[in-house]
Ligand binder design. Sequence first.
Ligand code: TRP
Length: 344
Amino acid sequence: MSNFPQLVFSGVQPTGNFHLGNYLGALVKFVEMQNNYDCIYCVVDMHAITVAQDPLELSKHIREVTAAFLASGIDPKKHIVFNQSQVPEHAELAWVFNCIARLGWLNRMTQFKEKAGKDRENASVGLYAYPNLMAADILIYRATHVPVGEDQKQHLELARDIAQKFNNDLADSIERNGFGGGFFPLPEPVIQGPATRVMSLRDGSKKMSKSDPSEYSRINLTDDADQIAQKIRKAKTDPDALPSEAAGLAGRPEADNLVGIFAALQGVAKEDVLREFGGQNFSSFKSALVDLAVAKLGPVGAEMKRLQADTGHIDGVLRDGAARASAIARKNMTAVKDIVGFVR
Ligand code: TRP
């Protein structure tokens, strides 16, 4: 296996209502990784249309995620920020991968089963092939590290299987074209983060979700201080005081979630939070959480709103990122064409 230079790639879907779970689960990790790696962060708009989208909303949501990236502190000059549909090589490589991945592999994908629901006959072909496009996103840059949530682990394994099969099936041609040792790296998921799973404020057993009908279930990044305070004060709890040790959070999903959110926002471990708040009741802990959340999220939300008001600027950032992403993608796609045997 050849040595691939370390490169980070990750993608976020533009589906609206960008919330605290997206922020702590993805963006905080993205920001951290840019200090140690070259990073490519992509707004995956082509993945978004695997389910129906309102075109006017879609453009708005692409700019919303881009604004969230920038407001969180991702540096679009040192790294690359762009939207997927501006770099056609993602779709081109995805087609090649449609011909590498096996039906049996895709049939095992749990996210497809969840999203397609009972009416599988009526799901789009794109939703089914979604993991192949995701593999193409990563591998068109020959990226080695992929920060994702726990729920994307299976898709990452599929990307590794595709890379491996491409390398094996086309080994001779890869060698002839001067890429001894395999053309694609086997990308690694990077799962650990401040809070890989932020749960609903109304039900500690459900993930915080953009599609939850209750606004009180989630904190959106653009919520103002009053909204943040109201949602935290109304958050579901149990009647007991906070435990002094993390083990005491077992079986108390709402307490666990609020302590986890506090820890992630503060950048410390749950134990540290409980050392401070163990034995206290929820009302005093919630006041401290409101202060912390407003202090940490307020500036991000304000910056997001400022950026979103200037679509010209956002679109310019995306175009510049796409141009730099294209330069890498084009070169790698040319090599893939040669390896496959296409004439160009
Ligand atoms: N499927 C990912 C999600 O829903 C988004 C995504 C698309 C992605 N392409 C990617 C993540 C490539 C990492 C790398 O969260």
